[in-house]
Design a protein around this ligand. Sequence first.
Ligand SMILES: N=C(N)NCCCC(=O)O
Ligand SMILES: [Zn+2]
Ligand SMILES: [Zn+2]
Length: 314
Amino acid sequence: MTTPTGPVDSSRVPRFAGPATFARLPRTDEVDHTDIAVVGVPFDTGVSYRPGARFGPAAVREASRLLRPYNPGVDIAPFAAAQVADGGDIAVNPYSIQEAVAAVEDGARALLEHGTRMVTIGGDHTIALPLLRALHSRHGPIALLHFDAHLDTWDTYFGEPYTHGTPFRRAAEEGLLDADALSHVGIRGPLYGRGDLEEDRRFGFGVVTAADVMRRGVDEVAGALRERIGDRPLYVSVDIDVLDPAHAPGTGTPEAGGLTSRELLEILRGLAGRRIVGADVVEVAPAYDHAQITATAAAHVAYDLVSLLALESG
Ligand SMILES: N=C(N)NCCCC(=O)O
Ligand SMILES: [Zn+2]
Ligand SMILES: [Zn+2]
């Protein structure tokens, strides 16, 4: 492997200067080959409440300027272990959910064909469905680890099947998921009815609530998740609203009683060694953010996801 091109050297160019690619990495068109691409999907037409996640990718990139090259949490320098680059944004039609969903799948397939794995920055949670479609075409049924306050296995909103509250029901119906290895983590808050949980269970999901994380602790939760996942191809989807609104105010459907960013990052680090084939961090809506609290958390989540992928490049 040729030596990867890393971020702009922050001892020469201060981190607050220059264009905001993710972690100040090169763009994919500036390197020969990309092992791991960080890609934005500025799309929020699937939201049910507060809009604004279309500005998530730009906010997360801006907040990622301060990231440093070595990640002690999983003992890796991800940008040296693999060629990580910023793949820019997948341009999506903001007036047609169906067209946008198709464009995201096409964009993901194009990267996967070149052997590039993706960490995608949303955008609302609708985009997980086309990403899973693209990954399924390459890997077959995928294990899913879904961090979220919400189940996102609802059926339709106002008759619309493709929304940010429905991606994992569609994915299960389409046979994209490995029904033996599906977990939600961080679930909490009011539901439409008890039936929501029953239907969710029928698709095969196991639920670790936000209160379970508090009671059992991050190591035990991560251990149980590792066991359930085994060596299956794994997709990790992080809705930033899994965090408490104190840790992530900048999101469209906030729910009280969530995880701390420390808990989330520690559970993610507990996944080291699993076969992660793709990941996302979604639902950052910067208009409701304060002092980059949410964007900073999301940038760190993306950095840890990149680190987990880079661990498997060695
Ligand atoms: N995926 C997120 N963030 N939220 C789903 C909430 C769906 C609802 O409004 O009931
Ligand atoms: Zn959510
Ligand atoms: Zn969600």
